[in-house]
Design a protein around this ligand. Structure first.
Ligand SMILES: [Mg+2]
Length: 439
């Protein structure tokens, strides 16, 4: 967790991702203000799946929002999460494109492949962002790291096209790498050596730090903290008193100290996991639990599909910052049911949620502990056959699950679902839509 632990971390981030991918796919859209609309896709019919607004009734876009705006659209003031009708009002030439998650998923897969073939470890952070540990791959120094980053950027250009540009940042930890990639857009390559970290971080603004949102920024502002430099002057006990464990994150962030470990879900082929970055922060327990169940059901389905059952369960939670928590537990009776996976996972997560709760209303969490990302994985896998249940009721449950799996195999994984997971955000991802939450 220090700025000088010796690791070299790279952060890659696509610029205006969905919009760039659409402009890459369709030369007609290049250089033009375009907005990718999420939701309300049924209202957006047209040749090549695109709609120009001229002559169209804005009523048709009433319910949709802009998930990504092209650079040209941003210049006119169009922003992410703006209602589409509002965006059309300030930018009448805006071309609205219905989002095409499959197209973006393809590009995501490609850039992750490039990172995996070049780096030691890779952690996908969102649809268009990933961290990579390049300590060994770079030869352990920043010259090697710079050359490697340049090579990765060229490969991304060759594989994903030159319109869909990326910004890359390199530094001794995730915090600095992300700040670095975001400091130059588009098409940036910024390398911050350990010696340069302190000065670089002081030059960034509070809002640049991933984990300092508008609410936290205004709370800091009320204390007279309006820059990284002023934040650095606040003593740790004061930060801890004001922000509980988040105070430590703030203290370290102002010094360029951040985590340098990666959660590489492909590093261990003997585990199966599913994680999800939510389009907004989850702030109540029920919401977290039902989303965990939706994720666990996916993991359990993948387990059974391979004829496996698990004897170890791991969960991780990322708060609305870089900080996160993970834990795992070995279990005696092998599990292959999503509900049981959830029970074990939840028993580990719940105390963490409650330990940091400032708001004492039951079921409510403080905003510092709002959940940004949730993951569950299983390991220590054994053959499902050898996990034969002894009790009759367990045998019945197993038969039911296997019968449901046959339905899923035939009609797709969305063909049945637990009632309790119907309202989860994760479901939207399964049904094909999620947000590009940042640029
Ligand atoms: Mg981006």
């Amino acid at each position: 967790m220090t700025a000088t632990s010796g690791k070299i971390i790279l952060h890659l981030d696509f610029n205006t991702y969905f919009a760039s991918v659409e402009q890459q796919a369709n030369p007609f859209l290049r250089g033009k203000p375009i907005g990718i609309a999420g939701k309300g896709r049924e209202n957006l019919q047209g040749g090549f799946g695109r709609v120009t607004v001229n002559g169209l009734n804005p009523e048709r876009f009433k319910r949709s929002v802009i998930t990504t705006a092209s650079r040209q659209a941003k210049r006119s003031g169009v922003k992410t999460a703006m209602a589409t009708w509002e965006a059309l009002k300030i930018c009448p030439d805006l071309i609205i494109i219905p989002g095409d998650p499959r197209k973006y998923a393809q590009i995501t897969k490609r850039f992750l492949q490039i990172l995996r073939s070049n780096c030691d470890e890779v952690e996908q952070f969102s649809t268009d962002e990933a961290f990579a540990n390049i300590t060994t791959a770079s030869g352990g120094d920043y010259l090697g790291a710079t050359l490697l980053a340049e090579r990765i950027r060229n490969q991304v250009r060759d594989d994903c096209g030159e319109v869909a540009t990326v910004s890359i940042g390199v530094g001794p930890n995730k915090l600095v790498a992300k700040l670095a990639s975001e400091s130059v857009k588009p098409n940036g390559l910024t390398v911050i050596t350990p010696e340069a970290v302190e000065e670089f971080v002081l030059g960034r603004s509070l809002a640049d730090v991933c984990g300092i949102g508008p609410r936290l920024e205004s709370r800091l502002g009320a204390m007279g903290v309006t820059s990284i430099a002023t934040l650095k002057k606040v003593a740790l006990p004061i930060l801890l008193r004001e922000f509980k464990q988040y105070g430590l994150f703030l203290y370290q962030a102002s010094r360029g100290i951040g985590p340098d470990y990666l959660e590489d879900d492909q590093a261990d082929p003997l585990s199966i996991g599913q994680s999800y970055t939510f389009p907004y922060n989850l702030s109540n327990e029920l919401e977290v639990k039902t989303n965990l169940l939706a994720l666990a059901d996916r993991v359990a389905w993948r387990l059974r599909k391979q004829g496996l059952a698990a004897k170890k369960i791991s969960v991780f939670v990322r708060w609305d910052s870089f900080s996160g928590w993970s834990g795992s537990r070995a279990i005696k009776d092998p599990i292959y049911d999503g509900r049981e996976l959830t029970d074990v996972g939840w028993s580990m997560i719940l105390p963490r949620l409650r330990s940091g709760t400032i708001n004492t209303k039951p079921g409510a969490m403080s905003f510092e502990l709002a959940v940004r990302q949730l993951g569950i994985s299983v390991s220590d896998l054994i053959q499902l056959d050898t996990a034969e249940p002894l009790l009759k009721k367990d045998q019945k449950k197993k038969n039911t699950l296997l019968a449901l799996d046959k339905v899923s195999a035939k009609f797709g994984t969305g063909s049945w679902q637990r009632l309790s997971t119907l309202c989860t955000v994760f479901k939207e991802r399964v049904s094909g839509w999620h947000y590009d939450h940042e640029d």
